[in-house]
Design a protein around this ligand. Structure first.
Ligand SMILES: NC(=O)c1ccc[n+]([C@@H]2O[C@H](COP(=O)([O-])OP(=O)(O)OC[C@H]3O[C@@H](n4cnc5c(N)ncnc54)[C@H](O)[C@@H]3O)[C@@H](O)[C@H]2O)c1
Length: 333
């Protein structure tokens, strides 16, 4: 059994990480921590006797866990990550790895040995749908080059849920949706399209409500050294949202990834395939992520290095920031 502390009991900490950790037969939760008493109280009924409940990472480390899961905001995560790694723990740290490339420079302080203990919470990378899509692309089922259209819309504005609106507004104050959602999407694209970084050709942003702290809709045109083109859009906080999906169009076929469920659809002149993997995408990916982290902590031969690693998190952040910067250059209101 790998022992784990969960630090950060907000939305994703208590909604996804804690349930996945408690479901895992490979992991035992020994501590949880959050500075907000309400957040600690909300998880108390789920915890078995003996789990230490504290306010800080220091409190969680005192329980002596093998690993620490950081479900903290990106402005807090870098320093907490460094502290937990310096304390000799394995760390699964939420994405994005920082709020900016400049803020991520603190990771330069890490030694190679410390980096080898750091897995990044690019959770959906673990989904079997991405592996299937990667094999379709790699095997040439779609042909190439590809036109990728990524329409990533989430966080619908719901006036009946002021807590949600408040939380997303606060997140927006730290960057447009591409900084937060792009961490996932640009990681998927790097993984799917193969070696070489995405370059941003141009970008745009739009604030649909003057009261919002930053534009809530943004997008970009990008290209990949493999010859692929990407049109990416990200949006939050409109009363209705467009469909969330990614399409991969090549000369031989079209693959569609449903952004919500990760159901896959393949159409070529010779083949029609619809693929759905068991269970819901969220729990499925969080469970696989915990299993991968447990294997890293145990030092399994199949998990000799963290996956996804810090380099993947930094690469996705760099593309997302480039989009955000170029987009804001053109924003006057
Ligand atoms: N992997 C995914 O699919 C996924 C999904 C949603 C959110 N996220 C990421 O998870 C992170 C957290 O998002 P959220 O929506 O849960 O935010 P949140 O604000 O709801 O929760 C963050 C929690 O961290 C706590 N916290 C803040 N500073 C702390 C510190 N120094 N020590 C301990 N706890 C601290 C806060 O009190 C809060 O409870 C963000 O980076 C977000 O982008 C990832």
């Amino acid at each position: 059994m790998v022992t784990v502390a969960l630090v950060g009991l907000g939305d994703i900490g208590r909604g996804a990480h804690l349930p996945a950790l408690l479901r895992s037969p490979e992991v035992r939760v020994v501590a949880v921590a959050d500075p907000v008493a309400e957040h600690r109280d909300a998880v108390a009924p789920l915890l078995s006797d003996g789990v230490a409940v504290g306010a800080s990472l220091d409190d969680a480390l005192a329980a002596g866990p093998d690993g620490v899961v950081l479900a903290t905001p990106p402005w807090a995560t870098p320093e907490l990550t460094i502290q937990a790694l310096r304390a000799g723990r394995f760390v699964l740290a939420e994405k994005p790895v920082a709020t900016s490339v400049a803020a991520a420079a603190v990771y330069d302080r890490l030694t190679d040995a410390e980096r080898e203990r750091l897995q990044i919470g690019l959770t959906y990378r673990h989904d079997p749908a991405l592996a299937r899509l990667k094999s379709w692309i790699g095997d040439g089922v779609l042909g190439g080059p590809l036109l990728v259209r990524a329409h990533v819309y989430d966080e619908r504005r719901d006036p009946a849920n002021p807590e949600h609106l408040d939380r997303i507004r606060r997140t927006l104050a730290h960057g447009t949706p591409v900084v937060h959602e792009g961490a996932h999407v640009f990681d998927w694209l790097a993984h799917l399209l193969g070696p070489g970084a995405l370059s941003v050709d141009d970008a745009w942003a739009l604030r649909t409500d003057a009261g919002l702290p930053a534009p809530n809709l943004t997008g970009a045109r990008l290209h990949h050294p493999g010859g692929h083109r990407v049109l990416a859009e990200f949006g939050w906080l409109t009363d209705t949202l467009p469909r969330c999906e990614l399409t991969f169009l090549g000369p031989r076929g079209l693959a569609t990834l449903d952004g919500g469920t990760f159901a896959l659809r393949l159409r070529t002149s010779a083949r029609a395939e619809d693929v759905e993997f068991p269970g819901e995408r969220g729990p499925r990916c969080f469970d696989l992520q915990v299993a991968r982290f447990a294997a890293l902590v145990r030092g399994d031969a199949a998990a000799p290095a963290p996956d996804p690693d810090l380099a993947a998190g930094l690469a996705a952040l760099a593309v997302a920031e480039r989009v955000a910067t170029l987009a804001m250059d053109g924003v006057t209101a």
